[in-house]
Write a protein of this length. Sequence first.
Length: 36
Amino acid sequence: SFRTVEAHRRNMKTKLGIHSLAKLISYAVKHGIVKN
């Protein structure tokens, strides 16, 4: 559900010390978590 995705995204941002969605996406691409 949408809320589950939001919760996972919030948890990842907190654990990684990232404050914006753009930086979270950049991190994921840089580390091969998602493809460019």
